[in-house]
Design a protein around this ligand. Structure first.
Ligand SMILES: Nc1ncnc2c1ncn2[C@@H]1O[C@H](COP(=O)(O)OP(=O)(O)OP(=O)(O)O)[C@@H](O)[C@H]1O
Length: 257
């Protein structure tokens, strides 16, 4: 199967520090792929370089068969490669529904241009409602975004990303700061996303990783240490060694299986 996303020798240096060091990685269509690693492994840098938030200093990002390394983040998003931002994309004074409707409108700017205003409005609203339903927020449509809890804001953010009709969504530590109940709700939400949506998730909660991911890539000191199924990763001696001394070693040994 041809990968939807392929990283070829992707490298990102900050001066003399190579935070992401010749990373090769393939994410297949429909796959849920998690990126883990001890603190400072280079996960955030890799994430930002793939999304186009940070330019690469070497190597290539190939998305849907095209080399997008030189493209801006917005152009990558237009082609279906989207990343989530922690809260920064929300209009807190607008309603939950309007936040998603605005995201829908951005996509349909061209497609709906010749519709009559009332019809365009109805279509946009119906589509926004559908996205809210798929993230479990239909009941909060009329509330202000500022009234949502931390976990609900992250759900709203997913609805807004879905409105952009992506083929690959990159989640940036989605459960960070969530309560156990919010984390559970978020994991269920991800499990319910359409099967053909490809996901790349950077996540610290290894229970969530081992529950959601089809395959896991472990970064260590900017390099790929291992890629495999959750079971393979948990049984990998090198991975265990990389996590030893990390507060998360315990999770690696006990989580998920
Ligand atoms: N803007 C920057 N300038 C210089 N060095 C940086 C910068 N951002 C990150 N680094 C360094 O690059 C390396 C990788 O950092 P990065 O944040 O990508 O790792 P991470 O795996 O996401 O870590 P964490 O799990 O702690 O978030 C670290 O050594 C970090 O100190």
């Amino acid at each position: 199967m041809t990968p939807l996303l392929e990283l070829r020798g992707l490298t990102r240096a900050y001066g003399s520090l190579t935070a992401v060091d010749h990373v090769d990685l393939a994410v297949l269509p429909g796959e849920r792929h998690a990126l883990i690693g001890p603190n400072g492994a280079g996960k955030s840098t890799l994430f930002a370089t793939v999304a186009g938030t940070l330019p690469a200093t070497g190597g290539n990002v190939v998305f849907d068969g095209h080399d997008v390394t030189a493209l801006a983040e917005s152009e990558r998003a237009r082609r279906g490669l989207l990343r989530t931002y922690q809260h920064s994309s929300l209009f807190l004074d607008c309603s939950v529904l309007d936040n998603v409707a605005l995201a829908v409108q951005r996509v349909h700017r061209v497609a709906h241009r010749f519709d009559r205003a009332a019809r365009r409005f109805r279509r946009t609203e119906a589509e926004a409602c559908r996205h809210l339903e798929s993230v479990g927020l239909a009941g909060r449509a009329g509330d202000r975004a500022s009234a949502l809890s931390h976990g609900e804001r992250r759900q709203l953010e997913v609805a807004m990303v879905l409105a952009a009709q992506p083929s690959l969504v990159m989640f940036d530590e989605p459960t960070a700061g969530m309560s156990a109940a919010e984390t559970e709700r978020f994991a269920e939400l991800v499990e319910r996303l359409p099967d053909d949506l490809t996901l790349l998730i950077v996540e610290h909660d290894l229970d969530v990783v081992f529950r959601l991911a089809d395959r896991v890539t472990v970064l260590h000191l900017g390099r790929v240490l291992a890629t495999g199924t959750p079971q393979e990763i948990q049984a990998d001696d090198e991975v265990r060694r990389a996590y030893l001394g990390s507060a998360r070693a315990e999770e690696l040994f006990t989580g998920g299986l």
